[in-house]
Design a protein around this ligand. Structure first.
Ligand SMILES: Cc1cc2nc3c(=O)[nH]c(=O)nc-3n(C[C@H](O)[C@H](O)[C@H](O)COP(=O)(O)OP(=O)(O)OC[C@H]3O[C@@H](n4cnc5c(N)ncnc54)[C@H](O)[C@@H]3O)c2cc1C
Length: 345
């Protein structure tokens, strides 16, 4: 017989599972989270950049102004509860790499919605190969590693977290439309395993397009204040250190650190900037990216009262608060999520 009863069990305490656990517990639910502390999980590596302008064509991030206000509210509430400033505005200088990009920048400046974000800069000490650079406002950094750590402590303090791999064979549906798992009973389950969902029998056919990424921790030889972005980026952190990232690798998805990825990051930084640095550490993680570039959010068609929040891709820090809210509304108020989010579930 199960010895402990919960309303919701969440599998995975990455960014998705952490924010969802916080949201549901704040709404009064009794929640249990199970996480296996996978060291290459995306959130443990993520730089946490929220960037309004991305890609070679300097595009405005899709639905940026829908996502950003929710992100601000959620990270502020979380910060107040856990006494930490999780989301901070960050100065970003975007370097124009070539004549094509200079063209795109000029084009964007004539379009509505961009002029308040992109401000061309006249002079910079940084090398930019003569094509100029611009200040990109509305850039933020979320400290995803502190977020994981502090939510983990918060959950442990209320006996709401178990650190072990979830064994899918031990999950059983009950006659009362709930579940049992080992000695636990609960009404609903939410799968938030990031790319590990490929091993989940109910989610193994989701159209993921996993993208391995490398980030270097570097020690700067001279002070640097703004984040510099030339497609890859240097993001100053504390005490003379910075992060240099990131790569995209779709074919080699092991957790092995690749020498060629490190070399690519170093070579590009030297090509586009004058920044001198030494490499301190090299970390890899797998982004739970999707073929359709939209996340998987909603209830599973194959299992009653089972839900999924996954596929946050390379912009999880911006997207997660918004989709956590969508899922919480579905679970608590039965308010449906958009069909395109749940069509694969
Ligand atoms: C190199 C790199 C750089 C990135 N940079 C940024 C950035 O600058 N800005 C940004 O917004 N996003 C960035 N991202 C993307 C961001 O990290 C992801 O979108 C986000 O972290 C995904 O969170 P998640 O909770 O879905 O998955 P994950 O973080 O992978 O979490 C899944 C969790 O589930 C657990 N788990 C899985 N299976 C099981 C199981 N069977 N039993 C128990 N536990 C299980 C894992 O241990 C893990 O803790 C980056 C990602 C990478 C790899």
């Amino acid at each position: 017989m199960p010895s402990q009863k919960f309303e919701t069990l969440i599998v995975g305490q990455g960014l998705a599972g952490s924010l969802l656990a916080f949201r549901l517990i704040r709404a009064g639910q009794n929640v249990l989270v199970i996480d296996n502390d996978l060291h290459r999980s995306a959130t443990r590596v993520a730089a946490g950049i929220i960037n309004p302008i991305t890609g070679h064509r300097w595009n405005l991030t899709d639905r940026f102004f829908d996502y950003l206000p929710v992100a601000k509210t959620v990270y502020t509430e979380l910060g107040e509860a856990l006494a930490y400033d999780f989301m901070q505005p960050t100065e970003q200088i975007r370097l124009v790499k070539n004549a094509g990009q200079a063209d795109y920048m000029q084009r964007r400046l004539r379009e509505s919605g961009y002029a308040s974000i992109i401000t061309p800069l006249e002079t910079q000490q940084i090398q930019n190969q003569g094509f100029g650079c611009a200040n990109i406002s509305q850039t933020y950094r979320v400290d995803a590693q502190q977020l994981l750590k502090r939510i983990q402590q918060w959950l442990l303090a209320q006996d709401s977290l178990i650190k072990e791999p979830f064994d899918y064979d031990s999950l059983a549906a009950t006659n009362q439309a709930g579940f049992t798992y080992k000695t636990y009973a609960f009404n609903s389950i939410v799968f938030c395993e990031g790319i590990q969902a490929q091993a989940n029998p109910w989610l193994s056919t989701l159209p993921f397009k996993p993208a391995k990424g490398s980030i270097l921790d570097i020690q700067l030889h001279a002070p640097l204040k703004p984040m510099l972005n030339w497609g890859q980026w240097i993001l100053p952190t504390d005490g003379g250190y910075a992060k240099l990232g990131s790569t995209y690798e779709w074919n080699e998805l092991s957790d092995i650190v690749l020498e060629r990825s490190q070399q690519q990051l170093i070579d590009n930084a030297k090509k586009f900037t004058n920044i001198e640095f030494s490499v301190v550490n090299h970390r890899v993680g797998i982004r739970p990216s999707t073929r359709q570039r939209s996340p998987f959010v909603g209830e599973l068609s194959s299992l009653n009262n089972a839900f999924c929040l996954n596929g946050l891709g390379s912009k999880g820090c911006l997207l997660a608060p918004y989709y956590v809210e969508q899922l919480a509304q579905l679970m608590i108020r039965k308010k449906p999520v958009a069909t395109e989010l749940s069509q694969w579930l």
